[in-house]
Design a binder for this molecule. Structure first.
Ligand SMILES: Nc1nc2c(ncn2[C@@H]2O[C@H](COP(=O)(O)OP(=O)(O)O)[C@@H](O)[C@H]2O)c(=O)[nH]1
Ligand SMILES: [Mg+2]
Length: 303
């Protein structure tokens, strides 16, 4: 199966809830009336598109209907797909603009998929011929370090690690220096995400953030917040919290294969104004891809 097919398969649950429901609504109706529009609105909200975004989509849709620009069920589908594409359109950053090592700091709550995503990113960049290093700055459990080490072995990345319980900032500094010395292209830093003590966690992340900048000018060049799509609206609250620790440059939305909440992608961009950069649709190494708005909208609406 090609990636587009896997993306489509990964979004099956979302499509069933959103696009199939829309199809059902549209095919069963001859005209676009208020009742149909209300049901559409409900469907969007149920798919975690977010209330603000749904309001905006519906407002534009109603305008189009009033002006008779939208006349048929098919028009509605095409209109929604185009609007969603527009909301989501975002250029992927150009990594070659920064002198290597390009540093990526990964943040997010426990279980969101940080370490797994680092494994996938490491494979992605290695495949592009880049020299990758990962840093085990989640020092809270020995298991977390071992898990990252397994990914490093699988993808051929270098790893910088200290023993469990050691200072995460020291690991980060050590990795930054080592990445420069070894002429690494991409350094990806793993972190802990224990929310039990939010204040300490945010302070620790701020420190890692600062220290990376001391080791490498301009670092971290990217701060990726990893969010589990299955957590729905809760993920939006996590984003607010984590944005206090560092300037988030992008979101990785994981586990889209296991949820009907794929509509979240649309809400996140609108409500947080942070672009979704990567999406995860499974646990395999190649189940992560740069987010592409057109691909996503096409897969979602089966257009
Ligand atoms: N189905 C699915 N599972 C994922 C995905 N990404 C991560 N996982 C799983 O989520 C769990 C937590 O991932 P982990 O990387 O350890 O999270 P961390 O605590 O943030 O580092 C693991 O069992 C992963 O295999 C994904 O895109 N799809
Ligand atoms: Mg982890």
């Amino acid at each position: 199966m090609g990636f587009f097919d896997r993306l489509k398969a990964g979004l099956t649950k979302t499509r069933e809830k959103l696009a199939d429901k829309i199809d059902e609504l549209l095919n069963g109706s001859v005209k676009i009336d208020d009742e149909l529009l209300d049901e559409l609105e409900e469907t969007l909200i149920m798919s975690d598109v977010g209330t603000k975004t749904t309001e905006k989509l519906m407002e534009n849709l109603r305008k189009g209907v009033r002006k008779a620009e939208i006349n048929s069920p098919q028009d509605v589908k095409v209109f929604l797909s185009n609007q969603i594409r527009e909301i989501l359109a975002e250029e992927q950053g150009d990594m070659s603009a920064v002198e290597p090592p390009h540093v990526i700091l990964m943040i997010g709550v426990n279980g969101a998929g940080k370490t797994t995503t680092i494994g996938k990113l490491s494979a992605y960049y290695s495949e592009q011929g880049k020299k990758v290093m990962v840093a085990a700055a989640d020092t809270f459990r020995a298991g977390a370090i071992d898990q990252l080490e397994i990914w490093a072995e699988r993808t051929g990345a270098e790893i910088v690690k200290h023993s469990a319980g050691s200072n995460p900032s020291s690991v980060a500094l050590d990795a930054a220096r080592s990445a420069v010395a070894k002429k690494i292209d991409v350094l990806i830093v793993d972190t802990a995400g224990r929310l039990q003590n939010k204040f300490n966690l945010m302070e620790e992340l701020k420190k890692i953030n600062r220290i990376l900048g001391k080791g490498i000018s301009g670092a971290p060049h990217e701060v990726l917040l990893v969010l589990d799509a299955t957590t729905g609206q809760n993920a939006l609250r996590q984003a607010e919290l984590f944005s206090k620790s560092a300037e988030i440059t992008g979101i990785v939305l994981t586990k889209l294969d296991g949820t009907a909440k794929g509509g979240m992608i649309i809400g996140i961009k609108e409500e947080l104004n942070i672009p979704v950069k990567w999406i995860g649709v499974g646990e395999r190494l190649d189940d992560l891809r740069p987010f592409n708005a057109k691909e996503f909208a096409d897969a979602l609406f089966g257009l």
